[in-house]
Write a protein that binds this ligand. Structure first.
Ligand code: INS
Ligand code: FE2
Length: 374
């Protein structure tokens, strides 16, 4: 099922083209200024430009492209899908990224916690009401903990970098495509055709992506029954899939839900990429906001867990209703109960075909209320 989220006006589409320095900075959706050069004075995602990062990044992609095979991905998914490594809070995990630098990135050599907060703060400025998007930004790269000893200390080529499907032909738009020639799947007729092991419109959920932090974090979020909307989970899982969201490749594997979610991913990408800079975020200053987001998500999580078995509905279906109930309660606390808006909200809740029973609404409200006053 697709969650319907009010679509903002899509801002200026930012292309990866040479931008003359004299040209004014581009302003994204709500005011975020996209710099015309990265921290090293080059265009963003220029993998050929001579820079202090170029050689290391190219070596990274060579190893990555040679080793990411269909068999390898299958094995990693099975192994890491067990989620038996470590248990920790979201914020603890963010702090672990304090010492992690991504070797695949030509635009950033700052610790990853900076990147998480730079992305989240930039998107928060332009989309202040989409708190699910702020949280998505905060967690999108947490899977990079795979580089750390307690998570298996995987090599960089198995954790970071752009991702792409395995089990079908590697698209030419993938960065440093030439190195795929040394990948065993490149010459395997089962895997080197347009569709390979997949079918037209099969949906990305059925496609094996090169193994790394994106798929890992998605598995973690899913297994923990995250209440992020489907677009949020999609962003976490495919934000490094530049061949799709930048170059438009592999669309033949997408289904309708993927199409919907791709719109949000494209918005997210502008902030993920263009917020990378040497200007550091004051972690202590923004920490209370993100802790409050995490806490809110946790409360929503416990509510959906409580109601899912009773109503036999999925998290995706429950979340918007619980949110509505939350809004309703907030209004009830603050204003007169006969308020028109409350009536409208109430009737929209009763209109939920599966929420037939007013007593269910009442008991849900009591739960929300308890959480609010805790
Ligand atoms: O999502 C990003 C992106 O794909 C970058 O190109 C890559 O260098 C990073 O590792 C990844 O987190
Ligand atoms: Fe990433």
């Amino acid at each position: 099922m697709t969650i319907l989220i009010e679509q903002p006006e899509f801002g200026i589409e930012v292309e990866e083209k040479k931008v003359p320095n004299s040209e004014k900075d581009l302003v994204l959706d709500g005011g975020f200024v996209q710099p015309h050069a990265n921290a090293f004075g080059h265009n963003f995602r220029d993998y050929e430009a001579e820079s202090e990062r170029q050689e290391g990044v190219e070596i990274f992609y060579k190893t990555n492209h040679i080793n990411q095979t269909y068999e390898f991905v299958k094995k990693m998914r099975e192994e890491y899908g067990k989620l038996d490594k470590v248990e920790m809070s979201i914020w603890e995990c963010c702090e672990l990224l304090n010492n992690v630098v991504d070797e695949s990135d030509p635009d950033l050599d700052e610790p990853q916690i900076e990147h998480l907060l730079q992305t989240a703060e930039a998107i928060r400025k332009d989309y202040p009401n989409e708190d699910w998007l702020h949280l998505t930004a905060l967690i999108h790269d947490l899977g990079k903990v795979l580089l750390l000893p307690s998570f298996g200390e995987l090599p960089q080529w198995a954790v970071v970098g752009d991702t792409y499907p395995v089990g079908c032909a590697f698209d030419e738009s993938i960065v440093h495509h030439k190195y795929f020639k040394e990948n065993p799947d490149y010459n395997n007729p089962a895997y080197n055709t347009k569709f390979g092991v997949y079918e037209k419109g099969c949906g990305l959920d059925n496609v094996f992506m090169s193994w790394g932090h994106d798929d890992y974090m998605y598995l973690v979020a899913k297994e923990n029954k995250s209440t992020l909307p489907s677009a949020g989970l999609f962003i976490v899982r495919y934000h490094s899939f530049y061949a799709l969201h930048r170059a438009g490749a592999y669309k033949h594997l997408m289904n309708e839900e993927d199409e919907e979610n791709l719109k949000w991913l494209k918005i997210f990408n502008k902030y993920d990429l263009y917020s990378k800079s040497k200007v550091r975020i004051d972690v202590e200053k923004v920490k209370p906001y993100y802790l409050s987001l995490i806490e809110k998500a946790k409360q929503l999580d416990s509510l959906t867990k409580l109601y899912r078995p009773y109503l036999r509905r999925s998290t995706q279906e429950l979340v918007p209703v619980l949110k509505q109930i939350g809004v309703l309660i907030n209004k009830m606390i603050r204003c007169n109960e006969t308020d028109m808006e409350i009536e409208i909200l109430k009737s929209s809740l009763v209109d939920e075909p599966w929420l037939l029973d007013q007593s269910v609404i009442n008991s849900t409200m009591v739960q929300v209320l308890e959480l609010l006053v805790q």
